[in-house]
Design a protein around this ligand. Sequence first.
Ligand SMILES: [Zn+2]
Length: 497
Amino acid sequence: MRLLIAMMKHETNTFSPVPTPLERFGHAPGPLYGEAAVAAYRGTGSGLGAYLDIAAREKAETVLPIAASASPSRPVDDAAFEHIAGRICEAVAKGGFDGILLDLHGAMVTESHADGEGELLRRIRALDPATPIAVSYDMHANLYPAMIDTATVVCGYRTYPHIDTYETAQRAGDILVRAIRGTAKPVMAWGNVPMLPHVMRQGSDDHPNRELQARCAAMAEEGALAASLFTGFPHADIANAGLSAVVVTDGDRDLAARLRDELLDRAWVEREAFVYKIEPLDAALGRAKAMPPPAAGEGPVVLLDHYDNCASGGTMDTTVVLAAILREGLDNVAAFAIYDPQAVQQAIAAGIGAPVTLSLGGKLAMPQIPGESPPLTVSGTVKTISSGRFRNKGPMQRAVMTDMGPAVVIDTGKVEIAVISRHVEPSDLNCFYSLGIDPMQKRYVMLKSRVHWRAGLGSLAKAVVDCAGIGVCTSDYAQLTFKNVRRPIYPLDLPNR
Ligand SMILES: [Zn+2]
């Protein structure tokens, strides 16, 4: 057996000012190719790790032309997309494959295409109309017809935080192998409903997504080879942003359609539970301040700066929540993180232990978001200087290399502020440990995150307080001007009944 394996991942926030050149796709700088990609992902808890394990199990010869994954940001530069899609298509054009296994995000918008993945798959199919294709998509995929119709098998994550990237690709890959061997004839049904579930309400440990994802899993007992419910990514002003579902069965199109309809109906019934209610920042911090310090063995109170989550396209350099924490005098705080390569270099030049006064953050303009995020003047000492590279502890993307770029910690006396040079969401405890911070020793931890922080810290946190700040992944969807998303759509237009 001969398999083509590739990764192309980007979640595009069309409201983000953060550029998406080719250099962003990978572990500084740019994507990995061939054997280097295999070496980086073999044995990891990633989608590529699963595909490589399947290939090894099947004693398949593999070709891995490119592994390209970027942190969310504005639409992908055409040149970057052409390069990545081009490498994959070059390999497809050479031919001789029994199967194609793709690890894609499913919410990639490029400068020229609203559905980057659909465009990739169309190009593959134009070169090769027949070879079976398996695709693993993120739960935040915004599905377009070409993303499904061109594939043989599509599977989506069932967890948010995404701790089942490996299992999802494994499911897709295993079904594809059965199709190649002729022991299954996968058929799919997909569809969507006009709703934009709020990202803060999409966690798979919370109602209603917990029950919806459990239902997807249970459909295996009723003849589904795979059933996936995609909550979608709402910070994308494209026609098909929103919730969708895909069901794969073994040759039974009616069953696939029936199960798909059930998933979409269940999600629609729960639409009000997907709406998020915002607490003003002052009230939230007042509540946090009134909480007693953690007792022995208890973890920190998490202060969630959720408007500026880089894993949803945030600049990660807004300072409204951090400024309020400093102003309110909260003590024994760790903050992760402010993206500011310039401030990092200033701190490195000063050296460990040196006093510094930095103009922190507020450097990336956000023209599509109301409000100002000025730089914050911070004085402290340089506590840590790091390369910013570590392998994830897990459970999310276990053993995968993460690169924060050169990173420092500035200690103000009350607050330890991590400052980084590449966008990384604090989903893994090694974000802290690699910088010499033990979050369990802190009274408060400020995180620029929405749900993924729970993968590393969720079970340890004493409490979580959502802090409404400013940012392009704003939780106030009234701040976003949608021009292209299909209308009407809930909750932007449709009454709740
Ligand atoms: Zn996601």
